[in-house]
Each structure stands twice: as structure tokens, then as C-alpha cells.
Design a protein around this ligand. Structure first.
Ligand SMILES: NC(=O)c1ccc[n+]([C@@H]2O[C@H](COP(=O)([O-])OP(=O)(O)OC[C@H]3O[C@@H](n4cnc5c(N)ncnc54)[C@H](O)[C@@H]3O)[C@@H](O)[C@H]2O)c1
Length: 262
């Protein structure tokens, strides 16, 4: 099940959290992986976590930069000679209140979370065309906050945008006769730096809650009564990457402990 032998994957934002867990899951399934991250320290983190393996390569890559996308695809071809799977995982969350937010903050969130996914999808479709009938699989990491409101306006807008960008490109590829599947993943709150940083930015005075109260309130919104683990999202991504999801395109895989079920 879910085997990826001989497949080549590119994972963005691979140095922490869901990206790191995804690299591990893909390697364990037999894929070769180009892990990329904006943070150069991610290389050491990845090597410490995965051990020495010729199946893993790393390049510094800011997903908002078209030049970095070209370089990452070139590196993938030079090292592994093809691209079969793209996981558009890199994303940011910043402190956002509608009444405080400036245009620069809005644009920063949209730039990474939505423009970065667009650039990745465009670059990957061009690369995967070369695979002919073998095609490829693109997985875009959105969020439950791409399905319902509840985060800041820019984060919600970016993740909702990723959801429909995914469906648009999935339909386009299929109608063009390209065997490239494109799906989105919608995690609930997952225990990573991203949510730890968000909780730490809660201001008891302006927000009316302490960070601990927010953490408890959000935990309780998941009917399963807990936050998710990065590995639980990585397993969903692995499924969509594999041929087990061969009739899935334009779909949304929700991994949220029931958050959006109630
Ligand atoms: N943690 C959650 O609760 C949660 C829930 C739903 C969706 N998500 C989404 O999952 C994805 C991964 O989140 P995470 O929680 O693992 O975050 P994280 O902060 O733990 O890791 C994100 C990684 O992305 C990298 N990154 C940030 N900006 C980048 C850029 N411009 N270019 C390349 N790399 C960049 C960071 O250096 C970091 O290594 C994000 O898209 C996030 O929005 C997270």
C-alpha cells in the first residue's frame, strides 16, 4: 500500500513540522526526495532526522521566488532526473486582527501561502508533462481554515484560495489530457512550531484570553479532544501521492479530528 518506489518528490517547507514528517513518510515509502526550505538550517535538521541517505537532497528555496522555483526543479532533475510528486507545504501564520492589519501583512501571508503554491503548481506541471503517461501528483497543504473561518483574514483567504486553485488546476490538467492529479489537504490544529508561535502571540489584554485559554478552547473544538501530530497529516499526503489515490483529483482530504464535522 502507498508505495512510491522509483518516484521522485519535492517537498517545500521541509525543515520542520508537517514538511519534515512528510519527507520521512515519503522516504520510508521508497521515494527519493528533494527537501527544500527557506531556512538554510533546515538541511542540518533534515540530515539529523533522516540519517545519511542518497535518497535525500536539500536546496534552500523561498517559495515566493520564481527564480528559486526554477533552481529547485533544475536541482531535482540534475540529482534525480525527474519529478513525480510535489508537496506544496511551506506556509506561514502571523498575528492577524482585521482592525490592526496593514496591507503589507496581508500581502506577506498571501505571497507565501497562495502565490507560493501557484508558482509551485505551475513549475511542477511543466516538469511532470515530461513524464508522459506516468504523469504526477501534486498535493497542496491548505487547512481547515481554507474551509471555515476562524483564523485571521489573510490566512483564511490564502488557504481558501489554495483549495480552489487546487480544483482549478486539477480540472485543467485532466481536460488537457495530462495525467497529473492535484489535491488539497486540510489539517486541523497540528502540534508544530506554527501553532506554538500563534499561541505565544496571543495578547491577554487586546484579545481577552491568555495563550493557555486559547489553546484549551481550540483543543476542545476538535471532537477527538486533542491536537493532531505532523505524522498524521504526512500519512494523508503519502496516500494522495501514491497510486492508491489514482481516481482522486481536485478533492480535499480533511485531517482534523472532527473539527469541521460539527
Ligand atoms: N500546524 C497546523 O496546525 C497547521 C494546520 C493546518 C495547515 N497547516 C499548514 O501546514 C503547512 C506546514 O505548517 P507547519 O505547521 O508544519 O509549520 P512550521 O512552521 O512548523 O514549518 C513551516 C516550514 O516552512 C518554512 N517556510 C516558511 N516560509 C517559507 C517560504 N517562503 N519558502 C519556503 N519555506 C518556508 C519554514 O522555514 C518551516 O521550516 C503550512 O502550509 C501551514 O499553513 C498547518
Amino acid at each position: 500500500m502507498n508505495r512510491l518506489d522509483a518516484k521522485v518528490a519535492l517537498v517545500t517547507g521541509a525543515g520542520a513540522g508537517i514538511g519534515l514528517a512528510t519527507v520521512r513518510a515519503l522516504l520510508e515509502a521508497g521515494a527519493r526526495v528533494l527537501a527544500t526550505d527557506k531556512d538554510p538550517n533546515a538541511e542540518a535538521v533534515l540530515h539529523a532526522a533522516m540519517g545519511a541517505t542518497a535518497d535525500l537532497d536539500f536546496v534552500v528555496h523561498d517559495v515566493t521566488s520564481p527564480a528559486d522555483w526554477s533552481a529547485a526543479i533544475e536541482r531535482c532533475n540534475a540529482r534525480f532526473e525527474r519529478l513525480d510528486i510535489l508537496v506544496n507545504n511551506a506556509g506561514i501564520a502571523v498575528r492577524e486582527r482585521l482592525d490592526e492589519m496593514d496591507l503589507a501583512t496581508w500581502r506577506k501571508v498571501l505571497d507565501v501561502n497562495l502565490d507560493g503554491v501557484f508558482l509551485g503548481v505551475q513549475a511542477a506541471v511543466a516538469a511532470m508533462r515530461l513524464n508522459g503517461s506516468a504523469g504526477g501528483s501534486i498535493i497542496n497543504v491548505s487547512s481547515i481554515m481554507g474551509l471555515v473561518g476562524g483564523a485571521g483574514p489573510a490566512y483564511n483567504a490564502s488557504k481558501g484560495g489554495v483549495r480552489l486553485l487546487t480544483k482549478s488546476v486539477a480540472a485543467w490538467c485532466a481536460r488537457e489530457g495530462l495525467p497529473i492529479r492535484v489535491n488539497s489537504v486540510h489539517p486541523g490544529y497540528i502540534r508544530t512550531n506554527l501553532i506554538e508561535n500563534a499561541f505565544s502571540q496571543v495578547d491577554p489584554i487586546t484579545d481577552g484570553y491568555t495563550p493557555e485559554e486559547i489553546r484549551e478552547t481550540i483543543r476542545a473544538l476538535h471532537p477527538m479532544g486533542r491536537f493532531g501530530e505532523p505524522e498524521e497529516v504526512a500519512r494523508g499526503i503519502l496516500f494522495l501521492a501514491s497510486d492508491d489515490a489514482s481516481f482522486m483529483t481536485g478533492s480535499e482530504l480533511v485531517i482534523d479530528g472532527g473539527y469541521t464535522a460539527v
